[in-house]
Design a protein. Structure first.
Length: 431
Protein backbone atom coordinates (compact mmCIF):
# COMPACT_ATOMS: atom_id res chain seq x y z
CA UNK A 1 0.00 0.00 0.00
CA UNK A 2 1.51 3.30 -1.08
CA UNK A 3 1.70 6.05 1.53
CA UNK A 4 1.53 9.65 0.32
CA UNK A 5 3.32 12.23 2.46
CA UNK A 6 1.48 15.52 3.04
CA UNK A 7 2.71 18.83 4.39
CA UNK A 8 -0.21 20.85 5.74
CA UNK A 9 0.42 24.60 5.92
CA UNK A 10 -2.31 26.07 8.13
CA UNK A 11 -4.34 24.42 10.85
CA UNK A 12 -7.19 26.90 11.24
CA UNK A 13 -10.81 26.42 10.19
CA UNK A 14 -10.03 24.55 6.96
CA UNK A 15 -6.68 22.94 7.83
CA UNK A 16 -8.18 21.58 11.06
CA UNK A 17 -11.14 20.27 9.06
CA UNK A 18 -8.87 18.49 6.59
CA UNK A 19 -6.96 16.75 9.40
CA UNK A 20 -10.14 15.81 11.30
CA UNK A 21 -11.95 14.40 8.27
CA UNK A 22 -8.90 12.58 6.90
CA UNK A 23 -8.69 10.79 10.24
CA UNK A 24 -12.44 10.14 10.44
CA UNK A 25 -12.65 8.61 6.93
CA UNK A 26 -9.15 7.15 6.72
CA UNK A 27 -10.24 3.55 6.07
CA UNK A 28 -12.80 4.60 3.43
CA UNK A 29 -10.31 6.76 1.56
CA UNK A 30 -7.59 4.15 1.70
CA UNK A 31 -9.91 1.51 0.25
CA UNK A 32 -11.21 3.81 -2.46
CA UNK A 33 -7.77 5.05 -3.53
CA UNK A 34 -5.51 2.12 -2.83
CA UNK A 35 -3.17 4.57 -1.14
CA UNK A 36 -3.01 6.14 2.30
CA UNK A 37 -2.31 9.74 3.27
CA UNK A 38 0.21 10.54 5.97
CA UNK A 39 0.33 14.06 7.31
CA UNK A 40 4.02 14.43 8.09
CA UNK A 41 4.21 18.08 9.11
CA UNK A 42 1.74 20.85 10.03
CA UNK A 43 2.89 24.47 9.84
CA UNK A 44 1.20 27.15 11.96
CA UNK A 45 2.13 30.64 13.11
CA UNK A 46 1.68 30.16 16.84
CA UNK A 47 2.79 26.83 18.31
CA UNK A 48 1.31 27.62 21.71
CA UNK A 49 -2.28 28.16 20.50
CA UNK A 50 -5.04 25.90 21.88
CA UNK A 51 -6.80 24.30 18.91
CA UNK A 52 -10.29 22.84 18.59
CA UNK A 53 -8.93 19.94 16.50
CA UNK A 54 -6.08 18.02 18.09
CA UNK A 55 -3.11 16.46 16.32
CA UNK A 56 0.16 15.08 17.74
CA UNK A 57 2.37 17.94 18.97
CA UNK A 58 5.35 16.35 17.19
CA UNK A 59 3.80 17.21 13.79
CA UNK A 60 3.70 20.96 14.37
CA UNK A 61 6.28 23.47 13.24
CA UNK A 62 6.32 27.20 12.67
CA UNK A 63 8.94 26.83 9.95
CA UNK A 64 7.40 26.48 6.48
CA UNK A 65 10.75 25.39 5.05
CA UNK A 66 10.49 22.08 6.92
CA UNK A 67 7.57 21.13 4.66
CA UNK A 68 9.49 21.96 1.50
CA UNK A 69 12.71 20.30 2.65
CA UNK A 70 11.19 16.97 3.70
CA UNK A 71 11.74 14.58 0.75
CA UNK A 72 8.98 12.30 2.04
CA UNK A 73 6.41 15.09 1.54
CA UNK A 74 5.01 14.79 -1.99
CA UNK A 75 1.95 17.01 -1.61
CA UNK A 76 1.80 20.49 -0.08
CA UNK A 77 -1.61 21.71 1.13
CA UNK A 78 -1.62 25.51 1.50
CA UNK A 79 -4.41 26.74 3.81
CA UNK A 80 -2.86 29.80 5.44
CA UNK A 81 -4.63 32.70 3.74
CA UNK A 82 -2.99 35.97 2.74
CA UNK A 83 -0.94 36.42 -0.42
CA UNK A 84 2.75 37.20 -0.05
CA UNK A 85 3.79 34.34 2.27
CA UNK A 86 1.74 31.67 0.41
CA UNK A 87 3.08 32.99 -2.92
CA UNK A 88 6.70 32.50 -1.89
CA UNK A 89 5.82 29.15 -0.31
CA UNK A 90 3.95 27.80 -3.35
CA UNK A 91 6.75 28.92 -5.70
CA UNK A 92 9.22 26.95 -3.56
CA UNK A 93 6.92 23.91 -3.40
CA UNK A 94 6.63 23.82 -7.20
CA UNK A 95 10.38 24.30 -7.61
CA UNK A 96 10.89 21.37 -5.23
CA UNK A 97 8.63 19.20 -7.43
CA UNK A 98 5.75 18.88 -4.98
CA UNK A 99 2.10 18.78 -5.99
CA UNK A 100 0.28 21.84 -4.61
CA UNK A 101 -3.26 22.02 -3.25
CA UNK A 102 -4.62 25.39 -2.18
CA UNK A 103 -7.92 26.91 -1.11
CA UNK A 104 -6.47 30.37 -1.50
CA UNK A 105 -8.55 32.20 -4.11
CA UNK A 106 -6.85 35.56 -3.45
CA UNK A 107 -3.48 33.99 -4.25
CA UNK A 108 -4.71 32.37 -7.48
CA UNK A 109 -6.73 35.38 -8.65
CA UNK A 110 -3.71 37.67 -8.27
CA UNK A 111 -0.89 35.27 -9.21
CA UNK A 112 -2.56 32.36 -11.00
CA UNK A 113 -0.97 33.20 -14.36
CA UNK A 114 2.53 32.98 -12.91
CA UNK A 115 1.90 29.94 -10.71
CA UNK A 116 0.25 27.87 -13.43
CA UNK A 117 3.09 28.76 -15.80
CA UNK A 118 5.61 27.54 -13.21
CA UNK A 119 3.51 24.42 -12.66
CA UNK A 120 3.44 23.72 -16.40
CA UNK A 121 7.20 24.16 -16.75
CA UNK A 122 7.84 21.86 -13.79
CA UNK A 123 4.98 19.46 -14.82
CA UNK A 124 3.43 19.74 -11.37
CA UNK A 125 -0.34 20.04 -10.94
CA UNK A 126 -1.94 22.68 -8.75
CA UNK A 127 -5.36 21.65 -7.45
CA UNK A 128 -7.75 24.27 -6.05
CA UNK A 129 -11.26 22.87 -5.72
CA UNK A 130 -11.75 24.56 -2.33
CA UNK A 131 -10.90 27.98 -3.73
CA UNK A 132 -14.30 28.43 -5.43
CA UNK A 133 -17.69 27.74 -3.85
CA UNK A 134 -16.47 25.74 -0.83
CA UNK A 135 -17.86 22.21 -1.00
CA UNK A 136 -19.30 22.45 -4.54
CA UNK A 137 -17.04 20.62 -7.04
CA UNK A 138 -17.29 23.38 -9.63
CA UNK A 139 -13.63 23.52 -10.67
CA UNK A 140 -13.50 19.87 -11.66
CA UNK A 141 -16.88 20.28 -13.36
CA UNK A 142 -15.84 23.25 -15.51
CA UNK A 143 -12.37 21.85 -16.24
CA UNK A 144 -13.28 18.21 -16.86
CA UNK A 145 -16.95 17.26 -16.85
CA UNK A 146 -17.92 20.15 -19.17
CA UNK A 147 -14.78 20.13 -21.33
CA UNK A 148 -16.98 19.72 -24.44
CA UNK A 149 -18.67 23.09 -23.89
CA UNK A 150 -18.27 26.69 -24.82
CA UNK A 151 -19.66 28.58 -21.84
CA UNK A 152 -22.33 31.09 -22.78
CA UNK A 153 -22.70 32.34 -19.22
CA UNK A 154 -21.85 31.50 -15.64
CA UNK A 155 -23.75 33.12 -12.79
CA UNK A 156 -22.76 32.45 -9.22
CA UNK A 157 -23.50 33.22 -5.63
CA UNK A 158 -19.92 32.73 -4.53
CA UNK A 159 -19.52 34.27 -1.09
CA UNK A 160 -21.09 32.40 1.80
CA UNK A 161 -20.56 35.23 4.27
CA UNK A 162 -22.35 37.86 2.15
CA UNK A 163 -25.18 35.50 1.33
CA UNK A 164 -25.50 34.59 5.00
CA UNK A 165 -25.62 38.28 5.98
CA UNK A 166 -28.19 39.16 3.28
CA UNK A 167 -30.35 36.21 4.32
CA UNK A 168 -30.23 37.04 8.04
CA UNK A 169 -30.96 40.72 7.34
CA UNK A 170 -33.91 39.81 5.10
CA UNK A 171 -35.44 36.84 6.94
CA UNK A 172 -34.57 37.55 10.60
CA UNK A 173 -34.34 41.35 10.54
CA UNK A 174 -30.79 41.26 11.99
CA UNK A 175 -28.65 44.31 11.51
CA UNK A 176 -25.52 44.06 9.37
CA UNK A 177 -23.01 43.87 12.26
CA UNK A 178 -24.89 41.11 14.12
CA UNK A 179 -25.19 39.01 10.96
CA UNK A 180 -21.47 39.45 10.22
CA UNK A 181 -20.55 38.37 13.75
CA UNK A 182 -22.60 35.20 13.31
CA UNK A 183 -20.85 34.42 10.00
CA UNK A 184 -17.46 34.95 11.64
CA UNK A 185 -18.26 32.71 14.60
CA UNK A 186 -19.38 29.95 12.20
CA UNK A 187 -15.98 30.05 10.42
CA UNK A 188 -17.39 31.35 7.12
CA UNK A 189 -15.65 34.71 6.96
CA UNK A 190 -12.05 35.38 5.90
CA UNK A 191 -9.58 36.32 8.65
CA UNK A 192 -10.05 39.83 7.26
CA UNK A 193 -13.82 39.93 6.55
CA UNK A 194 -13.40 43.12 4.51
CA UNK A 195 -12.88 40.92 1.45
CA UNK A 196 -16.21 39.17 2.05
CA UNK A 197 -18.09 42.41 2.51
CA UNK A 198 -16.53 44.49 -0.26
CA UNK A 199 -17.12 41.81 -2.90
CA UNK A 200 -13.47 40.90 -3.49
CA UNK A 201 -13.62 37.37 -2.11
CA UNK A 202 -16.41 36.57 -4.60
CA UNK A 203 -14.49 38.48 -7.28
CA UNK A 204 -11.39 36.33 -6.74
CA UNK A 205 -13.57 33.25 -7.26
CA UNK A 206 -15.19 34.78 -10.35
CA UNK A 207 -11.72 35.52 -11.79
CA UNK A 208 -10.71 31.89 -11.30
CA UNK A 209 -13.93 30.56 -12.86
CA UNK A 210 -13.81 32.98 -15.79
CA UNK A 211 -10.12 32.24 -16.44
CA UNK A 212 -10.75 28.51 -16.37
CA UNK A 213 -13.84 28.74 -18.59
CA UNK A 214 -12.35 31.11 -21.20
CA UNK A 215 -8.69 30.08 -21.21
CA UNK A 216 -6.98 33.41 -20.48
CA UNK A 217 -6.05 34.84 -17.13
CA UNK A 218 -8.50 37.61 -16.17
CA UNK A 219 -6.84 40.60 -14.47
CA UNK A 220 -8.42 41.78 -11.21
CA UNK A 221 -7.90 45.43 -12.26
CA UNK A 222 -10.16 44.93 -15.30
CA UNK A 223 -13.36 43.75 -13.66
CA UNK A 224 -16.18 45.60 -11.91
CA UNK A 225 -16.56 44.75 -8.21
CA UNK A 226 -18.89 46.11 -5.52
CA UNK A 227 -19.87 44.54 -2.22
CA UNK A 228 -22.89 44.44 0.04
CA UNK A 229 -21.46 47.13 2.32
CA UNK A 230 -23.43 49.98 0.73
CA UNK A 231 -26.70 48.10 0.42
CA UNK A 232 -29.57 49.32 2.62
CA UNK A 233 -32.52 47.35 3.98
CA UNK A 234 -34.67 49.81 1.97
CA UNK A 235 -33.11 48.44 -1.23
CA UNK A 236 -33.92 44.89 -0.16
CA UNK A 237 -37.55 45.90 0.50
CA UNK A 238 -38.04 47.97 -2.66
CA UNK A 239 -36.59 45.14 -4.73
CA UNK A 240 -39.03 42.71 -3.08
CA UNK A 241 -41.98 45.01 -3.91
CA UNK A 242 -40.88 44.93 -7.54
CA UNK A 243 -40.63 41.11 -7.56
CA UNK A 244 -36.84 40.90 -7.19
CA UNK A 245 -34.32 39.58 -4.65
CA UNK A 246 -30.89 41.18 -4.20
CA UNK A 247 -27.93 38.81 -4.30
CA UNK A 248 -24.19 39.41 -4.45
CA UNK A 249 -24.00 37.92 -7.93
CA UNK A 250 -20.99 37.03 -10.06
CA UNK A 251 -21.86 37.46 -13.73
CA UNK A 252 -19.57 35.96 -16.35
CA UNK A 253 -20.80 36.08 -19.97
CA UNK A 254 -19.42 35.77 -23.46
CA UNK A 255 -20.99 38.01 -26.12
CA UNK A 256 -21.33 37.29 -29.85
CA UNK A 257 -17.83 38.73 -30.46
CA UNK A 258 -16.34 36.49 -27.75
CA UNK A 259 -15.69 39.44 -25.41
CA UNK A 260 -16.09 38.34 -21.81
CA UNK A 261 -18.00 40.32 -19.21
CA UNK A 262 -16.96 39.68 -15.59
CA UNK A 263 -18.56 41.57 -12.73
CA UNK A 264 -19.45 40.96 -9.10
CA UNK A 265 -21.95 43.24 -7.41
CA UNK A 266 -25.28 43.33 -5.59
CA UNK A 267 -27.75 42.51 -8.36
CA UNK A 268 -31.53 42.31 -8.55
CA UNK A 269 -32.67 38.91 -9.79
CA UNK A 270 -36.30 37.79 -10.27
CA UNK A 271 -37.58 36.31 -7.00
CA UNK A 272 -38.92 33.40 -9.04
CA UNK A 273 -35.42 32.46 -10.30
CA UNK A 274 -33.78 29.46 -8.68
CA UNK A 275 -30.77 31.55 -7.54
CA UNK A 276 -33.11 33.75 -5.47
CA UNK A 277 -33.85 30.78 -3.21
CA UNK A 278 -30.16 30.22 -2.36
CA UNK A 279 -29.97 31.25 1.28
CA UNK A 280 -27.57 31.36 4.21
CA UNK A 281 -24.05 30.06 3.64
CA UNK A 282 -25.14 28.18 0.53
CA UNK A 283 -23.52 29.02 -2.80
CA UNK A 284 -24.79 28.18 -6.25
CA UNK A 285 -23.41 28.25 -9.76
CA UNK A 286 -25.82 28.33 -12.69
CA UNK A 287 -24.18 27.91 -16.05
CA UNK A 288 -25.07 27.56 -19.69
CA UNK A 289 -22.89 25.50 -22.01
CA UNK A 290 -23.54 25.22 -25.72
CA UNK A 291 -23.58 21.42 -25.50
CA UNK A 292 -24.92 20.62 -22.03
CA UNK A 293 -27.45 23.49 -21.80
CA UNK A 294 -28.32 24.85 -18.36
CA UNK A 295 -26.89 23.28 -15.20
CA UNK A 296 -27.17 24.23 -11.57
CA UNK A 297 -24.76 23.43 -8.73
CA UNK A 298 -25.73 24.11 -5.14
CA UNK A 299 -24.03 23.48 -1.83
CA UNK A 300 -22.28 24.94 1.19
CA UNK A 301 -19.89 27.67 0.08
CA UNK A 302 -17.85 28.00 3.26
CA UNK A 303 -17.15 26.40 6.61
CA UNK A 304 -14.86 23.74 7.97
CA UNK A 305 -16.29 20.45 6.73
CA UNK A 306 -17.62 21.40 3.25
CA UNK A 307 -14.30 23.07 2.42
CA UNK A 308 -12.33 20.12 3.79
CA UNK A 309 -14.41 17.87 1.53
CA UNK A 310 -13.05 19.73 -1.51
CA UNK A 311 -9.46 19.73 -0.22
CA UNK A 312 -9.64 15.97 0.35
CA UNK A 313 -11.01 15.52 -3.17
CA UNK A 314 -7.86 17.30 -4.36
CA UNK A 315 -5.75 14.94 -2.24
CA UNK A 316 -7.41 12.07 -4.07
CA UNK A 317 -6.59 13.80 -7.39
CA UNK A 318 -3.00 14.10 -6.20
CA UNK A 319 -2.84 10.38 -5.45
CA UNK A 320 -4.05 9.69 -8.99
CA UNK A 321 -1.58 12.21 -10.48
CA UNK A 322 1.31 10.62 -8.59
CA UNK A 323 0.28 7.23 -9.96
CA UNK A 324 -0.04 8.45 -13.57
CA UNK A 325 1.27 11.96 -14.33
CA UNK A 326 -1.07 14.25 -16.27
CA UNK A 327 -0.98 16.67 -19.14
CA UNK A 328 -3.26 19.15 -17.43
CA UNK A 329 -1.60 21.04 -14.58
CA UNK A 330 -4.71 22.77 -13.27
CA UNK A 331 -5.33 25.50 -15.85
CA UNK A 332 -4.95 25.34 -19.63
CA UNK A 333 -4.62 28.57 -21.56
CA UNK A 334 -5.91 28.91 -25.13
CA UNK A 335 -6.49 31.74 -27.60
CA UNK A 336 -10.17 31.33 -28.48
CA UNK A 337 -11.27 34.32 -26.41
CA UNK A 338 -8.64 36.57 -24.84
CA UNK A 339 -10.44 39.88 -24.27
CA UNK A 340 -12.58 41.32 -21.52
CA UNK A 341 -15.52 43.60 -22.19
CA UNK A 342 -14.97 47.00 -20.49
CA UNK A 343 -17.58 47.55 -17.79
CA UNK A 344 -18.73 50.79 -19.49
CA UNK A 345 -19.81 48.74 -22.51
CA UNK A 346 -21.99 46.34 -20.50
CA UNK A 347 -25.71 46.56 -21.31
CA UNK A 348 -28.17 45.74 -18.54
CA UNK A 349 -31.43 46.74 -16.93
CA UNK A 350 -30.88 48.84 -13.78
CA UNK A 351 -32.49 49.72 -10.45
CA UNK A 352 -31.93 53.35 -9.45
CA UNK A 353 -32.83 54.57 -5.95
CA UNK A 354 -32.76 58.27 -5.14
CA UNK A 355 -33.64 60.41 -2.16
CA UNK A 356 -35.39 63.52 -3.49
CA UNK A 357 -37.22 66.66 -2.37
CA UNK A 358 -40.97 66.13 -2.18
CA UNK A 359 -41.74 69.00 -4.58
CA UNK A 360 -43.54 69.18 -7.93
CA UNK A 361 -41.43 68.73 -11.08
CA UNK A 362 -38.71 66.53 -9.54
CA UNK A 363 -39.68 63.39 -11.43
CA UNK A 364 -39.87 65.34 -14.69
CA UNK A 365 -36.29 66.69 -14.23
CA UNK A 366 -34.92 63.21 -13.57
CA UNK A 367 -36.87 61.60 -16.40
CA UNK A 368 -35.64 64.41 -18.68
CA UNK A 369 -31.96 63.65 -17.97
CA UNK A 370 -32.51 59.94 -18.60
CA UNK A 371 -34.55 60.66 -21.73
CA UNK A 372 -31.84 62.97 -23.12
CA UNK A 373 -29.37 60.09 -22.70
CA UNK A 374 -31.71 57.75 -24.57
CA UNK A 375 -32.43 55.74 -21.42
CA UNK A 376 -35.97 54.43 -20.93
CA UNK A 377 -37.79 53.99 -17.60
CA UNK A 378 -39.89 50.83 -17.20
CA UNK A 379 -41.44 51.61 -13.79
CA UNK A 380 -41.35 54.07 -10.92
CA UNK A 381 -42.23 53.66 -7.25
CA UNK A 382 -42.54 56.35 -4.62
CA UNK A 383 -43.03 54.49 -1.36
CA UNK A 384 -45.33 55.76 1.40
CA UNK A 385 -44.26 56.54 4.96
CA UNK A 386 -41.29 58.80 4.29
CA UNK A 387 -40.03 61.78 6.33
CA UNK A 388 -41.75 65.07 5.56
CA UNK A 389 -40.02 67.02 2.81
CA UNK A 390 -37.99 64.19 1.28
CA UNK A 391 -38.85 60.83 -0.18
CA UNK A 392 -37.21 57.88 -1.87
CA UNK A 393 -37.78 57.50 -5.59
CA UNK A 394 -37.08 54.16 -7.25
CA UNK A 395 -36.80 53.85 -11.03
CA UNK A 396 -36.42 50.66 -13.03
CA UNK A 397 -34.43 51.32 -16.19
CA UNK A 398 -34.74 49.40 -19.48
CA UNK A 399 -31.68 47.80 -21.06
CA UNK A 400 -29.05 50.54 -21.16
CA UNK A 401 -25.33 50.96 -21.59
CA UNK A 402 -23.62 51.12 -18.15
CA UNK A 403 -21.23 53.93 -19.07
CA UNK A 404 -24.03 56.16 -20.39
CA UNK A 405 -26.24 55.30 -17.41
CA UNK A 406 -23.46 56.33 -14.97
CA UNK A 407 -23.05 59.66 -16.79
CA UNK A 408 -26.79 60.31 -16.55
CA UNK A 409 -26.89 59.29 -12.87
CA UNK A 410 -24.00 61.68 -12.13
CA UNK A 411 -26.07 64.52 -13.66
CA UNK A 412 -29.08 63.45 -11.61
CA UNK A 413 -26.96 63.35 -8.42
CA UNK A 414 -25.90 66.95 -9.09
CA UNK A 415 -29.50 68.23 -9.11
CA UNK A 416 -30.36 70.37 -6.06
CA UNK A 417 -33.49 68.27 -5.48
CA UNK A 418 -31.46 65.03 -5.09
CA UNK A 419 -30.42 64.67 -1.47
CA UNK A 420 -28.12 61.64 -1.16
CA UNK A 421 -25.83 59.56 -3.31
CA UNK A 422 -27.94 57.49 -5.73
CA UNK A 423 -27.83 53.68 -5.58
CA UNK A 424 -27.51 52.07 -9.02
CA UNK A 425 -27.71 48.26 -9.20
CA UNK A 426 -27.93 46.01 -12.25
CA UNK A 427 -30.96 43.80 -12.82
CA UNK A 428 -30.23 40.33 -14.23
CA UNK A 429 -33.13 38.60 -15.93
CA UNK A 430 -31.05 35.66 -17.28
CA UNK A 431 -32.69 35.99 -20.67
P1 LIG B 1 -7.72 30.49 9.42
O1 LIG B 1 -7.35 31.89 9.71
O2 LIG B 1 -8.75 29.83 10.24
O3 LIG B 1 -6.39 29.57 9.49
C1 LIG B 1 -5.16 29.97 8.94
C2 LIG B 1 -4.08 29.01 9.44
O4 LIG B 1 -2.86 29.30 8.78
C3 LIG B 1 -3.80 29.10 10.93
O5 LIG B 1 -3.59 27.82 11.47
C4 LIG B 1 -2.52 29.92 11.00
O6 LIG B 1 -1.70 29.61 12.12
C5 LIG B 1 -1.82 29.45 9.74
N1 LIG B 1 -0.88 30.44 9.23
C6 LIG B 1 -1.13 31.71 8.83
N2 LIG B 1 0.02 32.30 8.45
C7 LIG B 1 1.00 31.40 8.59
C8 LIG B 1 2.41 31.40 8.37
N3 LIG B 1 3.03 32.50 7.92
N4 LIG B 1 3.12 30.29 8.64
C9 LIG B 1 2.52 29.18 9.11
N5 LIG B 1 1.17 29.10 9.33
C10 LIG B 1 0.43 30.19 9.09
O7 LIG B 1 -8.10 30.44 7.88
P2 LIG B 1 -9.13 29.45 7.15
O8 LIG B 1 -8.83 28.06 7.54
O9 LIG B 1 -10.51 29.97 7.27
O10 LIG B 1 -8.72 29.70 5.62
C11 LIG B 1 -7.55 29.15 5.07
C12 LIG B 1 -7.55 29.35 3.56
O11 LIG B 1 -8.67 28.67 3.00
C13 LIG B 1 -7.70 30.82 3.11
O12 LIG B 1 -6.96 31.01 1.93
C14 LIG B 1 -9.19 30.95 2.83
O13 LIG B 1 -9.47 31.95 1.89
C15 LIG B 1 -9.49 29.58 2.27
N6 LIG B 1 -10.86 29.16 2.40
C16 LIG B 1 -11.53 29.28 3.58
C17 LIG B 1 -12.83 28.84 3.70
C18 LIG B 1 -13.60 28.94 4.98
O14 LIG B 1 -14.79 28.62 4.97
N7 LIG B 1 -13.00 29.37 6.08
C19 LIG B 1 -13.52 28.25 2.56
C20 LIG B 1 -12.73 28.15 1.35
C21 LIG B 1 -11.44 28.59 1.29
P3 LIG B 1 -2.20 29.92 13.63
O15 LIG B 1 -3.35 28.97 13.83
O16 LIG B 1 -1.04 29.62 14.50
O17 LIG B 1 -2.65 31.36 13.62
N1 LIG C 1 -15.09 33.72 3.25
C1 LIG C 1 -15.50 32.86 2.21
C2 LIG C 1 -17.00 32.90 2.07
C3 LIG C 1 -15.04 31.46 2.50
O1 LIG C 1 -17.66 33.41 2.97
O2 LIG C 1 -17.54 32.44 1.06
C4 LIG C 1 -15.26 30.51 1.36
O3 LIG C 1 -14.40 30.78 0.32
Amino acid sequence: MESIGIGLAGFGTVGGGVYKNLEANRALLTQRLGASFEIRRIAVRDLSKLRPVSAPASLFTSDLAELIDDPAIQVIVELMGGIEIPLAFVRKAIAAGKIVITGNKALLAEHGAELFQLARERRIPIFYEAAVAGGIPIIKTVREAFIANRFESIHGILNGTSNYILTRMTDAGLDFEAALEEAQSLGYAESDPTLDINGWDAAHKAIILASLAYGFWVQSSDIYVAGIDRLTSDDIQFAAQLGYTIKLLATIKADADNAIEVRVCPTLIPSSHVLASVKGVFNAVWLRGDVVGESLFYGRGAGQDPTASSVIADLAESAIALESPRRCYGFTSHDLYGKLKPVEAVVSQFYLRLLVDDTPGVLAKIAGILGDAGIGISSVIQPEGHDAGQLPLVLMIHDANYGRTCEAVAKIAALACVKAEPALLPVETFS
